[in-house]
Design a protein around this ligand. Structure first.
Ligand SMILES: NC(=O)c1ccc[n+]([C@@H]2O[C@H](COP(=O)([O-])OP(=O)(O)OC[C@H]3O[C@@H](n4cnc5c(N)ncnc54)[C@H](O)[C@@H]3O)[C@@H](O)[C@H]2O)c1
Length: 368
């Protein structure tokens, strides 16, 4: 039985998650997968209930689960809490204690939404890029760090970009393994021309590729981060899998997200190390936040969370068929002209969160 922890969170989190729960029930009803689902609190709602954005019990549930599906956290109600109690700290605790070092951000353009991109349709039609970002190392965590006042009274801010061989190797391995299931092309992005940590990155990725993945037909290329940013908006379809460090990944994944045109459509996954049962810790969540401006109005787009669940089926539960089925259902619903408000286009029919859930289920019934 696949053990799943669901953390709907705050704002639109519970609304979009309830549509995913309907799909989980549908899969069970159709005999396509058995899930043992537990629900917990994270973010502001957890603070209201327990005085902390993630309780120790929920953290333990997350460690015991095969995978965690999260909605979103945060909202104005909790904006003025002390730093340690802020809703985001719940999410950061999950990421830290689960040691989620690889962040996967697919940028997929659905045919029906090709006009929503900021780029010309011919540049993005059929786009399917996966960005693998190192998430727990690099300049956001490196020591020394801080702001100091120098003897002459001026101030100096310091952050350290630092990577070790194991850190580079484990994230590169995730990227190569994912490429095996895709078009078998990995582009490693760094600044090896001006940064020693980038040079090490390039050397280690090259070494791992030669030792373990070249023979499996994986093609490896390298690109400087500035060029990669340019190429992503110039000719995005040249990429299959991009693997890069924390800082460059932060920028490039947001840049790639815009190629698809809508926050309400973007899923993500964060993967950790293999545990002693050979299971990889994993957290799946939409890229968007809790959208307090539309919370409670039944108008949020549930598809990013549903597509995050599809990623879970593919990467944590080895259920590629179910994942593809859900993705196809989403394609068909969009092709049929139904849109939530965030992706509304002229001539299409605007539907609520619940109705979007209804039509996805109807489409699943047709496809299965
Ligand atoms: N991972 C997370 O949980 C996460 C990520 C980002 C922001 N946040 C938190 O969310 C709160 C709001 O942040 P924000 O406004 O900067 O970002 P946001 O992603 O919540 O919203 C940005 C805009 O996009 C819209 N939007 C987002 N998701 C949507 C969806 N599924 N369907 C339709 N429209 C959608 C919102 O209505 C809003 O206009 C803050 O408290 C922030 O800290 C949480």
């Amino acid at each position: 039985m696949n053990k799943l922890l669901v953390l709907p969170g705050d704002g639109i989190g519970p609304e979009v998650m309830s549509q995913v729960m309907r799909v989980i029930e549908w899969l069970s009803r159709k005999g396509r997968g058995e899930f043992s689902v537990k629900e917990g609190l994270v973010g502001g709602c957890a603070y209201d209930a327990h005085g902390a954005p993630l309780s120790d019990e929920t953290m333990a549930e997350a460690m015991a689960a095969d995978a965690v599906l999260l909605g979103a956290v945060g909202g104005p109600k909790w904006d003025n809490l002390p730093f340690a109690s802020k809703p985001e700290r719940g999410l950061l605790r999950l990421r830290k204690e689960m040691d989620l070092f690889a962040n996967l951000r697919p940028a997929v353009v659905f045919d029906a939404l090709v006009e929503a991109s900021s780029l010309k349709p011919e540049l993005v039609k059929g786009l399917d890029v996966l960005i693998v970002r190192e998430l727990t190392g690099g300049v956001y965590f490196g020591e020394p760090r801080g702001i100091e006042t120098l003897p002459d009274g001026t101030r100096r801010g310091v952050n350290t970009q630092v990577y070790t061989t194991p850190e580079i190797e484990r994230v590169a391995r995730v990227a190569f393994d994912l490429a095996l299931k895709r078009d078998r092309r990995v582009c490693s992005v760094d600044k090896a021309n001006v940064m020693e940590s980038g040079l090490l990155w390039r050397e280690e990725v090259t070494r791992l590729h030669a030792a373990e993945y070249k023979d499996k037909g994986i093609e490896l290329s390298h690109m400087y981060a500035d060029n990669a940013a340019m190429q992503l908006v110039r000719k995005p379809k040249q990429f299959d899998v991009i693997v890069t460090d924390n800082l460059f990944g932060d920028l490039l994944s947001d840049c790639a997200a815009m190629l698809t045109g809508s926050l309400g459509m973007l899923p993500s996954a964060s993967l950790g190390p293999l545990d002693d049962k050979g299971r990889r810790r994993a957290l799946y969540e939409p890229v968007h936040g809790s959208a307090p401006d539309i919370a409670g109005k039944d108008s949020a787009n549930p598809l990013a969370t549903l597509l995050s669940f599809a990623m879970m089926l593919r990467f944590s539960f080895n259920m590629d068929d179910n994942a593809s089925l859900i993705e196809q259902a989403v394609q068909n619903v969009l092709k049929g002209g139904l849109r939530t408000a965030d992706i509304m286009q002229k001539g299409m029919a605007k539907v609520s969160t619940t109705v979007m859930g209804d039509v996805v289920l109807r489409e699943l019934d047709k496809l299965a």
